[in-house]
Write a new protein. Structure first.
Length: 299
């Protein structure tokens, strides 16, 4: 049986056992040494420190050298598997009043416009604010709009918050991917290089077929990518390269997704038995309109 204070994460496979030493602030005096699992994240460590030493998790900041660790960082990701040395982290305890302020910002009890101008430039305040409202990325200090953690918090809530990020942040592939997972149309705010990237293009159209309009022309001529787009939103066939708009399989896929795509197709397709069948499926998939709507489309 395991002697860990709580078990490894259920999705951890062959997780490595590690030793983490927690030292306190400037004194660097060791507070505790924990035997843990490489699948633990920083919030797990904080929980254990609170359990053993009654320091509230919200008041803890754990640092590796000068880097403040995120609660989502795993132990395995920040230590070399072959080092064999205990990982030594520094614990800084925050003022409870400061913690309360951050909690008030994050909960919305303290509105952004009511925060002192100098405090608005603080990284932790800005991070708490965008956790509450991703649109506040547009209001934080310009320098903080390039902070990866702040931008990531914003785009994970609303992909189109990417538009408020700094130019350098919009070049960051990981941030663009996170934005696209929430909203395929966020590709609008990515760089031209990213708009021509096939894997990012696929992410975008799988999330929202309309994103096909925003991609590089080379991708609009990529048949497999266009198929993904029209299966998500039939009317996206409008933005396919001209050479693909008459592709029968693409047209049928578009109609099955959304019968409205029929309006974008050649008149003769309305007399195509297979196409009519596909369009009827598209009407039923959308769950609205019924037979009268369908007959109007093919008339």
């Amino acid at each position: 049986s395991s002697d860990l204070p709580f078990p490894p994460h259920p999705y951890s496979i062959m997780a490595q056992r590690l030793t983490v030493a927690i030292a306190v602030g400037i004194s660097a005096e060791t507070l505790c040494t924990l035997d843990c699992d490489s699948s633990w994240d920083i919030s797990d460590l904080k929980w254990e420190v609170e359990r053993q030493h009654h320091i509230p998790e919200a008041e803890q900041r754990l640092l590796l050298e000068e880097r403040v660790l995120s609660d989502k960082d795993t132990i395995g990701s920040i230590v070399s598997a072959s080092s064999g040395q205990p990982l030594r982290l520094c614990l800084v305890r925050l003022d409870p009043e400061w913690v309360k302020l951050l909690q008030d910002v994050r909960s919305g009890r303290l509105k952004w416009e009511d925060i002192d101008d100098q405090l608005q430039k603080d990284r932790e305040v800005a991070l708490a604010a965008v956790h509450r409202d991703s649109g506040l990325l547009a209001s934080v200090d310009e320098q903080l709009r390039g902070d990866r953690d702040i931008v990531l918090a914003a785009v994970r809530q609303q992909g189109r918050a990417l538009q408020y990020a700094s130019p350098d942040a919009r070049e960051d592939r990981e941030l663009v991917e996170a934005a696209l997972q929430r909203d395929g149309l966020a590709i609008r705010f990515a760089s031209a290089v990213h708009k021509a990237d096939r894997s990012l293009g696929l992410m975008a159209v799988r999330q929202n077929g309309w994103a096909l309009e925003l991609l590089d022309e080379v991708l609009q001529a990529d048949r497999a990518l266009v198929m993904e787009a029209v299966e998500q939103e039939g009317q996206a066939i409008k933005f396919a390269a001209e050479s693909l708009k008459s592709d029968r399989e693409l047209m049928l896929a578009a109609l099955r997704s959304n019968a409205e795509a029929l309006r974008l197709m050649p008149e003769e397709i309305k007399h195509d038995r297979e196409a009519i069948r596909a369009a009827s499926m598209g009407v039923r998939m959308r769950g609205s309109g019924g037979m009268q709507y369908f007959q109007h489309l093919i008339s």
